[in-house]
Design a protein around this ligand. Structure first.
Ligand code: RIB
Length: 335
């Protein structure tokens, strides 16, 4: 149930005009105690002015909020395009919020979208635990569809994910079958479910092939190009031997390719490199990158279809849609 200004006014035993003055910080002529009582109720019930109510014929705004962590990473624009294409076919508008992977910006984005009465929110979260998500979406009767990453303990309406663990098992297995025994793993942000699942896939392949897990070969990255470059430089600088690099996304793998070139190690002759995502640039770099293709259009369209079904009250056959990434072999690994 969404809380209205009438409800707050009735609970505080004041007029709607008084509540409005308190919200807009124009509370002159409102007693201090009254102002505090109204503000306490606003905070307690999470009331947000309905910015889109005026002139809206129905309770729906025909808008879907989309919260993503990094608009500069080519993975996300492709995902956004798929979501927007599917939504606009049904005459919904997508309102995009980019959070720069900031938990605070994510919370602010969710709050603003709720205040603007979006009909639902599709979220690629950077918040690890449910306790971090300050909004009870059910309280506002707003469905939340998670895409790509999940938050522990968060009771979301539906989710669309790739099987990251299996994908990284396959990627590591390819490198092991090529004879690599010391495979460096460049991790994404450690708080993300995608990073944790990818590392698990890497470890299970090592275990399956009875290879020693050396923590010195696991280097922390942040999904950015520079962190992939820095990871290889760190291994090289510390004299840690490796014959392959498995990066948690293509952008870091491309950074690793540049670093290997700068330290004079031939790819794939001396070091094989595998990424993840299959962004547009992965085939353009030299050598073209072996990677795993995330079915971006399917991911985005499935998330949008799930959201539209939730908004329109249609039953969902599956509230946890899992897809598979497919290996794309190019010249950064040996034939
Ligand atoms: O490249 C960005 C990464 O963040 C992608 O692998 C995507 O799965 C998301 O987790």
């Amino acid at each position: 149930m969404s809380v209205t200004i009438e409800y707050i006014a009735r609970m505080a035993n004041v007029s709607k005009a008084t509540v409005s003055r308190v919200i807009n910080n124009k509370a002159q002529g409102v007693g201090k105690e009254t102002r505090a009582r109204v503000q306490r109720l606003i905070d307690e019930y999470g009331y947000k002015p309905n910015l889109l109510a005026r002139g809206v014929a129905t309770s729906r705004t025909k808008t879907i909020g989309l919260v993503i962590p990094d608009i500069t990473n080519p993975f996300f624009p492709a995902l956004i395009k798929a979501i927007e294409h599917c939504a606009s076919e049904r005459e919904y508008t997508v309102v995009l919020c980019n959070t720069d992977s900031s938990p605070e910006k994510e919370k602010q984005s969710i709050s603003t979208l709720i205040a603007n009465r979006v009909d639902g929110i599709i979220l690629a979260t950077v918040l690890e635990e449910q306790r971090c998500i300050p909004y009870d979406f059910a309280k506002y009767n707003i469905p939340c569809v998670l895409i790509d990453r999940r938050t522990k303990g968060f009771d979301y309406s539906a989710g669309v994910f790739v099987d990251n663990e299996y994908a990284f098992y396959i990627a590591a297995e390819l490198l092991i079958k090529h004879g690599n025994r010391r495979i460096a793993f460049i991790a994404g942000p450690s708080n993300l479910s995608t990073t944790q699942e990818r590392l698990a896939g890497y470890c299970s392949a090592l275990k399956q092939y009875a290879l020693h897990y050396d923590p010195a070969l696991v280097v922390q990255g942040n999904f950015q190009y520079e962190s992939g470059y820095a990871a290889v430089m760190r291994l090289h600088g510390h004299g840690i031997p490796f014959t392959a690099v498995l990066a948690s996304n293509d952008v870091m793998a491309i950074g690793a390719l540049k670093a290997l070139r700068d330290i004079g190690r031939a790819v794939p002759g001396e070091v094989e490199v595998v990424g993840f995502d299959n962004i547009q640039f992965s085939e353009m770099v030299d050598p073209p990158l072996t990677t795993l293709d995330q079915p971006l259009y399917e991911l985005g369209s499935k998330a949008a279809e799930a959201m539209l079904a939730l908004i329109e009250g249609r039953r969902l056959d599956d509230t946890n849609i899992r897809m598979e990434a497919k290996l794309v072999v190019r010249a950064s690994t040996r034939p």
